[in-house]
Design a protein around this ligand. Structure first.
Ligand SMILES: *Cc1c(COP(=O)(O)O)cnc(C)c1O
Length: 394
């Protein structure tokens, strides 16, 4: 019995290898920055990190983490409601709420956790979910974790006519929760929040936006899609991560009205049955938000570098997907091709990711580049040259 089971697993792995879809980790030996040292490679330029603001190796943030380790130790070794939570959690949560212009926020160990926590708290029997088809996997799983009695609707990506059709179909449901990524991670495009909000008002629905790829990136001061559209304070629920632009260590949050946060504290399963964000991460996330607030120039600088990369790729005849986020994908077709191209780029010292099925639909595999304010213009020039060279060679 055991033997056939392990044979089955091995067959799955062999199939992935023969199809060129087998992923291997790269092991980093230095901090994430514009460049990093990867085991078996020299230093490479990094175009695949979510380290958008270059905060991953900021001395101020590292120091805040060191101080928190000294002050709070490793952690509480328990769940918050059972054995207490650190004051640094409250500071981070108050700061995050203030930053996003919401009443309150609650931290989680990741945004994956935050999404799977909050969505089942917001809807139950008699309610429905209306989710963009390209929403992040953690939103999909959050929806799957709701009661079986919750009706699920999925609308075509950013298709406002389809969203309206679904809202009409959802007429008889009590709570109608529309969920969208702020910035879609595989396309780099931005949700149509003003239209979504207008439809939500028309059909009496609630809106949840996951700002993971938008916080620190969009808006003049990095407050995300909501700031980009001048809609601060107008969205019911925001989720996001401290594991991308805001330092990159890890952690996530739910932000919204006090009663949403209170209900998460009472009923969300990750906060009831799992440890809090480690205090060292809370301290670093807090310092990252503080740093961003005191240095809004890094957001403008990121926008300029992103624009530079997009223009540069176009000037050599490449065709990145349009968008205003710091995610710059080029579609190349088949999964194996994207993975093989990314490997060839890495051999030339440029670290990008090839994404294919099942992360994106078959046939739309892509090389995804992400801009960081840590990158220099020389890094960008060299990367454009390499991407062009490899693209042409395939
Ligand atoms: C990255 C990402 C997450 C997961 O964030 P973690 O904090 O790493 O768990 C959730 N939602 C979206 C839209 C993301 O891009």
């Amino acid at each position: 019995m055991g033997k056939t089971f392990y044979n089955k697993l091995n067959r799955q792995l062999e199939d992935m290898k023969s199809e060129g879809k087998y992923k291997e980790y790269q092991f980093l030996k230095t901090p994430m920055s514009n460049k990093t040292v990867i085991e078996n490679y020299d230093e490479v330029i990094v175009l695949c990190s979510n380290n958008y603001l270059g905060l991953s190796d900021k001395p101020e943030i590292i120091k805040a983490g060191q101080a928190a380790l000294e002050k709070y130790g490793v952690g509480a070794a328990s769940v918050r409601f059972i054995c207490g939570t650190f004051d640094i959690h409250r500071q981070l949560e108050e700061k995050t709420a203030e930053f996003l212009h919401t009443e309150a926020s609650l931290s989680y160990t990741s945004c994956w956790n935050a999404n799977t926590a909050v969505i089942p708290v917001l809807v139950g029997a008699g309610d429905c979910l209306i989710s963009d088809e390209l929403n992040h996997a953690s939103i999909i799983d959050g929806c799957r974790l709701t009661s079986k009695k919750v009706q699920r609707f999925v609308y075509n990506h950013s298709d406002m006519n389809d969203l309206e059709i679904k809202l009409k179909e959802a007429g008889e449901f009590d709570t109608k929760l529309i969920i969208t990524d702020g910035v879609f991670s595989m396309e780099g495009d931005i949700a149509k929040l003003p239209e979504i909000k207008a439809l939500a008002e028309k059909y009496n629905a609630i809106v949840l936006v996951d700002e993971s790829h938008a916080t620190g990136v969009l808006g003049n001061t990095g407050r995300g899609t909501v700031e980009f559209y001048n809609m601060l304070g107008e969205i019911d629920i925001i989720t996001g991560t401290y594991g991308k632009a805001l330092g990159g260590a890890g952690g996530g949050f739910v932000a919204g009205k006090q009663e949403v946060i209170d209900l998460c504290i009472q009923s969300s399963r990750p906060s009831l049955f799992s440890n809090s964000l480690p205090p060292v991460l809370a301290a670093m996330a807090l310092e990252a938000v503080d740093y961003l607030e005191s240095n809004p120039g890094i957001v403008k600088s990121l926008h300029e570098k992103t624009e530079y990369l997009r223009k540069g790729l176009k000037s050599v005849g490449l065709n990145p997907l349009d968008g205003e986020s710091a995610i710059v994908p080029i579609i190349v077709g088949e999964t194996a091709k994207a993975i093989s191209m990314a490997k060839a780029m890495l051999d030339k010292g440029v670290y990008v990711t090839g994404f294919g099925f099942p992360v994106v639909p078959e046939g739309t595999a892509r090389i995804r580049m992400q801009v960081s304010d840590a990158l220099t213009y020389d890094d960008l020039d060299y990367s454009i040259k390499v991407v062009k060279e490899i693209y042409d060679a395939y």
